[in-house]
Design a protein around this ligand. Structure first.
Ligand code: PEP
Ligand code: MG
Length: 586
């Protein structure tokens, strides 16, 4: 059942497998529907007569109002991260950074179209030069430009083609609002050329459960209507797939889906070694979502995201009442992370101003240690929330600090946390900390490995860059080796170690991490059943062997290949049709 792999030229009806990166699992057989970007907007030209300029300005504002209202209404119909992501796009529509200069352009005689194209274009170029979080926003800005353009030119929505449940929506790049507008039942899957594993589009697709593959460089060889199989498990888009491949992949996926839908825990390997699966939460909605999922607790509460739109620091009392909710829901099975402000998540009330290189700047505990009162108030609020929820010293929850990079920071933070009767830990996400993990582990009671940042800093590649996704691939062996050494150090010191980055929700990496000896995996709540099902496929000693094999890889693709070959071999040895091996090897 081999599929012809050749990346030159159009498919001409031939079967062709295009490799990308798996983001949201699921297999869909359907046909290609290209996303249509908005009409091109001119960026030059003054031609509005003086007398008509006030009306032109009004036309411009009407378009902005309409687009903002449309997005706001869309956000109100949604929940969770998807709603938050769309709401953040509303701010961009009215952002004075481009709207002010566009108004001046129109007053000077430009058309609303030209001023929009000119100023959003400049804004995009500026953000691209800044990189990081700023560059990530450019997809959203392009989306807004498209929306305003369509509104100004009287083109009725949508960039979305007519979709059916078997449509595979393909695009160079998508903005969250594009897919958030889609009823997940009216589309099959999504494939894009650009877009990382941790970008907004990935977060939204994951929440909506739409199978998604990104980084498919050769996507443009697919023409509208081409029949295609999207495999969100192996990160493939197969054009004109042979019927045997379609039948086998769909059947295997259906069996797998059924298992995922009916999975009810407990999470364990096939030989019944328990694995703790925890939820990453960020606010009351996600706490609620986690409560309705089979999770053993909360492994990461991203507190900064709870306050991301606040300009004034919430009082100790207000913070305590939020933390109390998570403790009431999960008792002391909660790990709260202190504010990770800065870089891509700057909080207005906990930020040190403009930086040339914010990911390498004042971020996380660095801000908390510089402005210690802020950290003290948060720790007091966590202790108070625990007290209100009835937790005592014997049932104390865990608190960890992000971006720890020196042993002295860990020691100081641990003392502050212990003073309040809480259990101190650190996020290991800076390579320096991973390299010296053993020394850090003597200072604290636990650690959680933040793989998103650990990979970004290890590979010197911005985690938000859609162009660098191959470098920030969590299967990069350099990152895996560091993770393995942190787990070894924690074990040696008798401390617990978990993983809370996005990679914990990749079911195959979850197997690798379990084989390395991790105690818990923390992830978006809706990823838990998938990981739970896949972990049950094989025994602990298989995962241990798998981890050792994967650590020999020279690159990310190689690491995946090793895992696939390992399971193919197991399948052969056991003579069993393990679905996992089918998933990995086809
Ligand atoms: C990480 O870096 O992996 C992590 C869990 O934290 P965040 O994504 O919030 O930086
Ligand atoms: Mg991090």
């Amino acid at each position: 059942m081999k599929v012809y792999m050749n990346n030159a030229g159009p498919t001409n009806g031939q079967s062709r497998a295009l490799q990308g990166i798996a983001v949201v699992p699921g297999v869909v057989n359907g046909s290609v529907a290209w996303f249509r970007h908005g009409p091109e907007l001119p960026r030059r030209g003054y031609r509005v007569k003086v007398a008509d300029r006030p009306a032109e300005l009004e036309r411009f504002h009407d378009a902005l109002d309409d687009v903002a209202t449309g997005l706001r209404e869309q956000a109100d119909r949604l929940t969770g991260v998807t709603a938050d992501v769309i709401r953040s796009s509303v701010y961009l529509v009215t952002d004075r950074g481009w709207v002010g200069p566009a108004e001046r352009d129109i007053t000077a005689g430009m058309t609303a179209e030209t001023a929009t194209g000119h100023q959003i274009g400049r804004f995009i170029e500026l953000l691209e030069r800044r990189g990081g979080f700023a560059a990530e926003r450019t997809a959203d800005l392009r989306d807004i430009r498209d929306r305003i353009a369509r509104r100004l030119q009287g083109i009725d929505e949508p960039s979305l083609p007519k979709l059916t449940p078997s449509s595979i929506l393909v695009a160079d790049e998508l903005a969250p609002a594009d897919i958030a507008a889609i009823d997940p039942n009216s589309i099959g899957a999504i494939a894009t050329i650009r877009g990382g594993l941790t970008g907004h589009i990935a977060i939204v697709a994951r929440q909506l459960g739409i199978p998604y593959v990104t980084g498919v460089m050769d996507l443009t060889v697919l023409s509208e209507g081409t029949s295609a199989l999207l495999d969100g498990v192996r990160g493939l888009v197969i054009a004109n797939p042979p019927t045997s491949v379609v039948a086998q992949r769909l059947a295997s996926d259906e069996r797998h889906r059924e298992q995922v839908e009916t999975w009810s825990g407990p999470a364990q390997t096939r030989d019944k070694v328990p694995v703790s699966l925890l939820a990453n939460v960020q606010d009351e909605n996600t706490i609620d979502e986690a409560r309705h999922t089979m999770v053993d607790g909360v492994g990461l509460f991203r507190t900064e995201l709870c306050f991301i739109n606040r300009s004034v620091e919430p009082s100790v009392d207000e913070q305590a009442s939020i933390y109390e909710k998570v403790f009431r829901a999960f008792g002391n099975r909660v790990t709260i992370r202190t504010l990770d402000s800065g870089s891509d998540k700057p909080l207005k009330f906990a930020h040190t101003g403009r930086e040339e290189n914010p990911a390498l700047g004042m971020r996380g505990v660095r801000i908390g240690l510089q402005n210690e009162d802020l950290l003290i108030r948060q720790l007091d609020a966590i202790a108070e929330g625990a007290r209100r929820a009835g937790l005592s010293d014997d049932t104390a929850p865990r608190v960890m600090a992000p971006m720890i990079s020196r042993v002295s920071e860990a020691r100081h933070f641990a003392a502050m946390v212990r003073e309040r009767g809480l259990i101190p830990g650190i996020v290991v996400e800076v390579p320096a900390t991973a390299i010296m993990a053993e020394m850090f582990m003597r200072e604290v009671d636990f650690c959680s490995i933040g793989t998103n940042d650990l990979i970004q800093y290890t590979m010197a590649a911005d985690r938000l860059s859609a162009d660098l996704f191959e470098l920030t691939d969590p299967w990069q062996p350099a990152g895996l080796r560091l993770i393995n050494s942190v787990i070894e150090a924690a074990k040696k010191c008798g401390k617990s170690v978990s993983i809370c980055g996005e990679s914990a929700s990749d079911p195959y990496l979850a197997q690798v991490f379990v084989g390395m000896g991790v105690d818990a995996l923390s992830m978006a709540p809706n990823a838990v059943p998938e990981v739970g099902v896949v972990l049950e496929k094989w025994d602990m000693h298989h995962y241990q062997e798998l981890a050792q094999e994967v650590l020999k890889a020279e690159g990310a693709h190689h690491a995946r290949r090793i895992a696939a070959d390992y399971f193919a071999q197991l399948k052969e040895d056991e003579g069993a049709v393990g679905e996992l091996s089918e998933e990995m090897t086809g």
